[in-house]
Design a protein around this ligand. Structure first.
Ligand SMILES: O=C(O)CCC(=O)C(=O)O
Length: 265
């Protein structure tokens, strides 16, 4: 599975400019290399323009989803569509969307853990459903948004349900880059899955985002890593079958004793 990550510098508060950027990126960088999946960052239509988020948020995600559906069909590509500010019944959610090559919405997820360090709880409403497994090209996968990465309890169930690839769409500040990189490697090792992340770069309102988008294999090796400052495309291929070999050699999942584990914590 060939994956291309758009480590994007988002134009703050301007969904149409960001639509244009993504379309131009596909034309220029992606069309000829024909990856199976592309990945966009968190809140890629607006960035963290939270004070004005009610103005810029997409009504029921209609414009954003329709735009991504049309790209998926035109370029015959699966899209991990990052996340966007999504206005539903007057509330704004941080919503991620996955679209397959046929332009069908395969999965949609509202960020459950809102990040206090960026004042998200003041402006956004948290999702009420933990992430679930979905499939693209017959491969089971999971998707989380940024701060969710710190919560192993929502990621383990995805691995137990057979996910072999975990996508993380993020706007992760450079101030906590060590956490960003190390937790991804840890999640890959503990769940014996590929971890594929897409972060943004650039500065908005004194917060600088740290790039360093990554692909980590289930052994914990970093296959590719973006710079901390540059807008760039990261492309690599993963062999999803590697998870099977590693799960056989280090059989963590069969060694589990769930009846001893505390539930609901
Ligand atoms: O957990 C962190 O340090 C960063 C999280 C974050 O920036 C986000 O969820 O948008």
């Amino acid at each position: 599975m060939k994956i291309s990550i758009y480590q994007m510098e988002i134009v703050p508060g301007n969904p149409l400019e960001n639509f244009k950027k993504v379309e131009e990126w596909l034309e220029k960088e992606i069309k000829s290399s024909a990856p199976d999946v592309i990945v966009l960052p968190e809140m890629w239509t607006t960035s963290y323009t939270l004070e004005d988020i009610h103005i810029h948020a997409d009504d029921n995600g209609k414009a954003t989803v329709a735009f991504l559906q049309s790209l998926a069909k035109t370029f015959n590509i699966n899209i991990i569509g990052g996340s966007f500010a999504n206005k539903v019944d007057g509330k704004v959610y941080n919503t991620a969307v996955v679209i397959n090559r046929q332009g069908e919405v395969v999965y949609q997820y509202d960020k459950v853990h809102l990040v206090p360090m960026l004042n998200e709880p003041e402006y956004l409403t948290g999702g009420q459903k933990a992430p679930e497994v979905f499939e693209l090209d017959g491969i089971k996968m999971g998707l989380i948004i940024c701060y969710d990465l710190r919560f192993s309890e929502i990621i383990r169930p995805l691995a137990l349900e057979g996910a072999e690839v975990l996508f993380i769409v993020a706007e992760w500040p450079i101030a906590r880059l060590k956490h960003w990189k190390n937790i991804q490697i840890t999640r890959a090792i503990e769940n014996q899955m590929f971890v594929v992340s897409c972060n943004n770069v650039g500065t908005y309102k004194e917060v600088t985002y740290g790039g360093s988008s990554m692909v980590v294999n289930p052994w914990g090796d970093t296959l590719i890593e973006g710079s901390t400052t540059e807008e760039e495309t990261l492309t690599t291929s993963i062999k999803v079958e590697e998870t099977v070999v590693i799960r056989e050699n280090v059989p963590v999942f069969t060694s589990r004793v769930p009846h001893l584990y505390k539930q609901g914590l």
